[in-house]
Design a protein around this ligand. Sequence first.
Ligand code: C5P
Length: 300
Amino acid sequence: MSQIRVLAPAKINLVLAVGPQRLDGYHDLVTVFHAIDLVDELTIEVAERDIVLTLEGQGADELPVDERNLIVRAAQLLRERYGSPELGARIHVSKTIPVAGGMAGGSGNAAAALVGCAQAWGLSLRDELFELAAQLGSDVPFALLGGNALGQGRGERLQPLPGPPGSLHWALALAHGGLSTPQVFKRFDELGASTEMSMSQSFVDAVASGDVEQVAAGLRNDLQAPAIELMPQLAATLAAGEQFGALAGIVSGSGPTCAFLCAGQDEAQQVAERLAEVPLVRGTAIASGPVPGPLTAALA
Ligand code: C5P
């Protein structure tokens, strides 16, 4: 039985401007998504009827393998809408992306499951996958595409942005414990921190040309303040990374992973090595982006 291998990249929001809460409970966003080469790997095999998920690697034992896992929901939704009931799949995931780390690990896995199962089941779909992705979560449509993209609405309305592949180099500091995305948004509302929701053309141009200094100067995350309120040690981690030579540090998405943009790969390695010695830091990684998402890679 042939196996399909799909890579699911993590993401960082280079800009995350958050508006007030909407009537449906979500928040309108203006964000620049950026996919990086910190990846989970999915292998998918066709099976009869059942969708069976197994996991290994970092944080695997914390994750459910039933419908509570977005991978299973993605496969079920795809089968229900475009497949037939006798289709099943064995999906194995090797995890590297931190769980509940603000890097869209779960969303990325769901996007990879959509692409991999569609391929395994012989379903030739593209636009349909974006619609299913938006049903699964706000970050899942971007996770199909990868690269860089401007996201609006609750994050599901996308406009791809150019950017030289692998031009931005990151040191990542993983935290002890995770943060819940709804809780971080709730704290954001309590702080009354809603700000202007615009995107400067000069920032988009800096991303497009891979101008690392300009990108560093424009990094912004409205969820950073509420994430720090919920996990105060993140402030010290951010300060440490900048002291160790990063151009700028930012909480990734709803946190608690901190992402440090560095001048190059060597600098990112040095910053990561020094961050590894900070007691508040659970582990470190280096990564670069942008990288394509699974749908873009499958169509290349
Ligand atoms: O869309 P997703 O299921 O990933 O979102 C998780 C939670 O994050 C939502 O239930 C909501 O509390 C919050 N969220 C939000 N506004 C967004 C995206 C997510 O309030 N644009």
